[in-house]
Design a binder for this molecule. Structure first.
Ligand code: HEM
Length: 507
């Protein structure tokens, strides 16, 4: 799901003081701000990866990452990059957020972030969405609702569809859908990867995961409706027929009507839609809001990741080559089906999926608000009730010393492609090095953490794996990778990523 940092926070949750007051007296959001700001102390160092922060007075020091007004505009096009700029390599930073230019705490300490999000309901932490998100997703959707019992019930009802076992059962359909779309891509001289990946993930979602039974025409129509709906999330959210938000709301009404048609269908097959209906009733808003939120959460995110993966493969042909060898061995032993045993026999391909998610940072941050006074665990600062904060997943991932360590070790071995040696280098093999596992597990959280941990992570991994297997087994790939990647409302290539696929003579 894409999350909006560059969005106004509702007034009742704002820290009320101005920037000028912030600089003159202790912040309402940050009790320890009266201490002197010593930015060096809070900086993430490589040893932090293996020794997560423990209670310590010095950790409470927060970097002052408040940027000049013009620089805060970066949050609207590249909020993940903005969060990293505010943090500037520190565990915690005090930065500006949203149209209203509010103060928020940015958190990049992996242990503290995990601890905060794991117990978020108990700690009075809530997801904090701007009004456009609430209106477009629905007040009763799992991401928006503020009732812990209903949240837990929804996870129980929807979870079984997305468990590892259930996704293994969906895999034949996912694999078939992927083969159909990739085959169509290869029939064109060139195709734009981003819209093509969107159509693929929409197909998987509505027909495999949700069982809504859309044919190609309806699929193409609702993919457009969905785009119109997605465009509505951009602020300022004025509900008129000609504004993006107004058109988004019209799209939501059309989607709700289509979802309700399935909910009321007596022949509806087994699955998550049927379970929502049985639990909450065919006409309930809880059921329809949560079918829609599943589409929202699973569509843009996965298509963004697939597109970024194609970009990385085009830039790193040796990775595709290495997967080809692995896939040939897997096919020889397990046949063509991506059974659990076959997937378990492809560690390098799985490492490519993980490295894609690490470098793509599809969701670079998750926004929250403290609804009661809160001490950030592990010696972090204190927040007062009403203070917004951002868990900066992207900054955390980028501070992972395992990334830099792999680059350094590859350079030491004289690897030909190791000159750059930065954490952004695409090196799937880092996931196969046992000595880096602890650090990667601590810092990499592409699917979030804790109470709101991504419900569809297994499905997303399955889709990425199926695309990689299909490409490596049967196609060569080139792409125009010379493009910018804005990341709001979702990370995507400005040029759509024109690609060419050719079927291998041996396929
Ligand atoms: C690469 C693809 C994906 C990424 C990177 C991703 C990432 C995330 C993240 C970071 C969160 C946590 C948000 C928060 O803490 O506020 C989340 C939540 C969620 N995701 Fe995903 N996701 C992906 C694919 C999917 C798919 C395929 C589905 C299902 C079809 C899905 C369903 C959900 C749902 C329902 C939630 C809300 C869970 C809750 O609030 O309890 N996601 N996702």
């Amino acid at each position: 799901m894409s999350l909006g940092m560059g969005q106004p926070v509702p007034a009742h949750h704002k820290c009320k003081h101005s920037l000028r007051l912030q600089q003159q007296r202790p912040s309402r959001c940050l009790i320890n701000a009266s201490k002197p700001v010593i930015t060096r102390v809070g900086k993430l160092e490589p040893h932090d990866a293996v020794a997560p922060s423990t209670a310590s007075a010095v950790d409470a020091v927060v970097h002052d990452g408040r940027l000049p007004f013009l620089q805060t505009l970066l949050q609207f096009a590249k909020p993940n990059a903005y969060a990293q700029k505010v943090l500037a390599g520190h565990r915690y930073a005090w930065g500006k957020m949203g149209l209203a230019y509010e103060d928020a705490l940015f958190v990049a300490d992996p242990a503290a972030a995990r601890s905060l999000l794991t117990a978020e309901w108990q700690n009075g932490i809530r997801t904090e969405w701007p009004p456009t998100f609430k209106a477009l997703l629905g007040e009763q959707s799992i991401s928006i609702l503020q009732d812990p019992q209903l949240h837990s019930k929804l996870r129980q009802v929807m979870g079984p569809t997305f468990s590892a076992e259930a996704v293994a059962g969906l895999m034949p359909g996912v694999q078939q859908t992927v083969a159909k779309h990739v085959g169509r891509w290869a029939q064109q001289d060139s195709f734009a990867a981003y819209p093509a990946a969107r159509l693929l993930t929409f197909d998987v979602l509505v027909n495999q995961a949700l069982g809504l039974g859309m044919d190609d025409d309806e699929l193409a129509h609702f993919a457009k409706v969905f785009k119109q709906w997605g465009d509505g999330f951009m602020p300022p959210g004025i509900d008129l027929p000609f504004t993006a938000f107004g058109k988004g709301m019209a799209a939501r009404r059309e989607m709700t009507a289509r979802v309700q048609q399935s909910l009321r269908d007596p022949d509806l097959g087994e699955g998550v839609v049927q379970r929502l209906r049985d639990e909450f009733g065919a006409d309930s808003q809880v059921a329809s809001d949560n079918v829609i939120v599943l589409m929202f959460a699973g569509y843009d995110t996965t298509s963004s990741a697939i597109t970024y993966m194609l970009n990385q493969l085009a830039l790193n042909p040796h990775v595709l080559e290495q997967m080809r060898q692995e896939q040939a061995a897997v096919q020889a032993q397990h046949g063509n089906q991506l059974t659990p045993a076959a997937v378990a026999a492809m560690p390098y391909t799985t490492a490519v999926v993980k490295e894609t998610l690490r470098t793509a940072q599809v969701i670079g941050y998750v926004p929250r608000v403290a609804t009661q006074a809160l001490k950030v665990p592990g010696g972090g600062p204190e927040l007062q009730s009403g203070c917004p904060f951002i868990v900066a997943l992207g900054a955390m991932a980028a501070s992972d010393p395992a990334a830099a360590a792999a680059a350094v070790s590859a350079a030491g071995q004289g690897s030909p492609d190791s000159q750059a040696g930065t954490v952004q280098d695409f090196r799937p093999e880092r996931w196969l090095q046992p000595e880096l596992a602890k650090s990667l597990a601590l810092h990499q959280a592409p699917f979030g953490m804790g109470a709101h941990y991504c419900l569809g992570s297994q499905l997303a991994m399955a889709e990425l794996t199926a695309v990689l297997a299909e490409l490596a087994r049967s196609y060569s790939l080139t792409a125009d990778t010379d493009t910018d990647w804005p990341d709001f409302p979702i990370k995507r290539p400005a040029n759509g990523l024109p690609c060419t696929l050719r079927r291998l003579a041996t396929a």
